[in-house]
Ligand binder design. Sequence first.
Ligand SMILES: Cc1ncc(COP(=O)(O)O)c(C=O)c1O
Length: 393
Amino acid sequence: MAEFLPYGRQTIEDDDVAAVAEALRADYLTTGPRVEAFEAAFAETVGARYAVACSSGTAALHLAMLALDLKPGEVAIAPAITFAATANCVRYQGAEVVFADVDPDTGLMTPDTFQAALGRLDGRRLAAVLPVHLAGATVDLPGVKRLAGAAPLVEDACHALGTTMSFGNIAEQVGDGRHGAMACFSFHPVKTITTAEGGMVTTNDAGLAERLRLFRSHGIVRDPTQFRDPPTAPEPWLYEMQTLGYNYRLPDVLCALGLSQLAKLPRFARRRRELTIRYWTLLARLSPTVRAIAPPGSCDPAYHLFIVLIDFEAAGRTRAEVMAGLAARGIGSQVHYIPVPRQPYYRERYGDLDLPGADAYYARCLSLPLYPGMADGDPERVVEALSEVLNLG
Ligand SMILES: Cc1ncc(COP(=O)(O)O)c(C=O)c1O
């Protein structure tokens, strides 16, 4: 049988392995020179002034909430269609999540769905907004920002490394800080580049960057010029814990992998675009039962996932049957995402929210294989299998 195609997977090459091996033989496994080198290269890649590496995308989101000093009694708005971590980072701080609905055909929060969520603040202070660039397609950031007032935007860009956007005539990289106070990235294996586990926060604000670094490492300061209680005579062993922080550091060894992978981002993104365009052409014959999601015209995504919308009812097949049929033909698929407010934790906290866009999107979405290592003929194999399983042949 042909090789199994998962819905996503990492691309690790010999030079990635060599970079990690070299770091393993070096002096520092944890905080070493590759951390700053990865941060500098990443900041340059996305066009931000600062990049702070951390242990996961979830840690990146939590650090961003810590840097903003999000507190109990405050509220953040996040879309209903995303991974749980986008909302969980708000709850880590004891603040509450107001879930915005999404466009049923893209899964993205829009200025309209954001505006409706603003109507559910019930007098509480909006302290942050978390737009999610789903599958690499970007939220209308200027549109959301116009409505957000003083509340900062923290972009969940975990899917969007390598995506460019253009609002008006200006082309910009996701994470360059033109609209968002901070942007959070993940380097989980299915993401555009990987460090196994890993994340990054980008910002153009020096004060936020300093707070991100402080919370990343136990709230500890080592530079004596920053001490609250400087010693009268030198005490070289001293450090100060100035706030309650975490160990969210990304080790030197994994930053070596990140540096090596980052150099490949243009190639990986190009390959994802090529495969996506191939899928679009092939899927035309399964329309209207199967529809590829068109990204907003304002962005050129690096396509983290390839999500299609399937009218399962019209096809007379359940999603479980379709996934099983694909798996039997050696093809992995996944669902991105179950609406987060439908998870028991959030349902018990906020009740059954009225989110028709998210429910309509969730009823139809299915992610098909997409990763740079796919062969040229693989999209054809996937679409052929899908057409068989849906009986559209
Ligand atoms: C949209 C989104 N946000 C946050 C995360 C969390 O990232 P990580 O798995 O690196 O903690 C992920 C990754 O799974 C994600 O897809």
